[in-house]
Design a binder for this molecule. Structure first.
Ligand SMILES: Nc1ncnc2c1ncn2[C@@H]1O[C@H](COP(=O)(O)OP(=O)(O)OP(=O)(O)O)[C@@H](O)[C@H]1O
Ligand SMILES: O=C(O)CCCC[C@@H]1SC[C@@H]2NC(=O)N[C@@H]21
Length: 275
């Protein structure tokens, strides 16, 4: 197993005391870092804005749509951040998980100098290499009103995991040829996320004004593709992904020309775009 993550080195690398992050804790094992931070949205143990919780291993890692997130201790990164973006109206919080996806793409680009192709499958799966899933993001809202307003954004990223230990359709940075220290990857993602979160808050959640919509579109592998989208309730939509709008929603144009805008769903890229 790779060296364990060292809390002190991570804090030092992020700057005094943890750079833009108020608290950074590393635990050896837990059920789910998302569940842990959601339990600290309010109450005597309430976590401050910009708390980071990293786990070396999760027993009950949660994926989107009630799936399981698999990880093996020491091979991946599993962590969550608690955000209290008071500058942003809760109706605009839908951008938070997309910011995390963007932070992942930017961090991988910076760390590998572009040697490992990285892109986003809408809304926030990180695709590496030929388009296999290298990371996923799960955002959960803790409270939208009062002083307790908070959301938790969890990231699972496959760093050193061999392909044989990953589910079908998944990959890792190492499997794509990038041998990186998990600590360096974590610091790069946290820096990128803090920067995007700052821009988003400064613009009061207006992702267009913050330049985030343009950045997202530039990194989104879904745009221009033929896709199927399984919507909540299991309705399936098929067509071409034509836009990601100012609210982070995906516009899909059906063969009959009708365009539907979706804010949540599971996307499959059917075949490459004829761009
Ligand atoms: N470490 C990981 N890296 C990449 N993808 C992962 C990882 N762990 C889990 N997944 C993805 O999450 C999902 C795992 O979900 P799960 O095993 O619960 O159900 P499933 O295989 O999608 O089937 P169903 O949705 O029908 O229950 C899969 O899509 C899998 O590819
Ligand atoms: O289904 C997905 O793609 C989202 C996966 C999110 C996994 C991360 S790992 C850290 C955090 N804690 C969890 O239980 N889930 C998220």
């Amino acid at each position: 197993m790779a060296a364990p993550l060292d809390e002190e080195s991570l804090r030092r690398a992020l700057g005094p005391p943890s750079g833009p992050w108020a608290v950074l804790d590393v635990v050896t094992s837990t059920g789910s870092t998302n569940a842990d931070l959601l339990a600290r949205v309010a109450g005597p143990d309430a976590a401050p804005d910009r708390t980071v919780l990293v786990a070396e291993h999760q027993d009950a890692g949660r994926g989107r749509r009630e799936r399981v997130w698999e990880d093996r201790a020491g091979e991946g990164l599993t962590f969550s951040v608690l955000l209290r973006p008071r500058e942003v109206a809760p109706e605009r919080w839908g951008w938070a998980p997309l910011l995390a996806g963007l932070a992942l793409v930017e961090a991988v680009g910076a760390l590998t100098g572009g040697a490992v192709p990285a892109a986003l499958k809408w809304p926030n799966d990180l695709l590496l290499g030929d388009g296999a899933k290298g990371a996923g993001v799960l955002a959960e809202v803790g409270a939208v009103t009062g002083d307790e307003r908070a959301l938790v954004v969890g990231i699972g990223l496959n760093v050193a995991t061999p392909l044989a230990d990953l589910p079908a359709g998944a990959t890792s940075l190492a499997a794509e040829g990038a041998e990186l220290e998990r600590g360096d990857v974590l610091v790069a993602v946290l820096r990128a996320l803090a920067d995007l979160d700052g821009r988003w808050r400064d613009a009061h959640g207006d992702a267009v004004a913050a330049g985030i919509v343009d950045d997202y579109r530039a990194h989104c592998a879904t745009l221009g593709r033929e896709v199927t989208v399984t919507l909540p309730g299991d309705r399936v939509l098929a067509g071409r992904a034509v836009d990601v709008d100012r609210d982070g929603r995906l516009a899909v144009r059906a063969p009959d020309g009708d365009t539907t805008v979706v804010s949540a769903g599971d996307v499959v890229h059917v075949r490459p775009a004829a761009r």
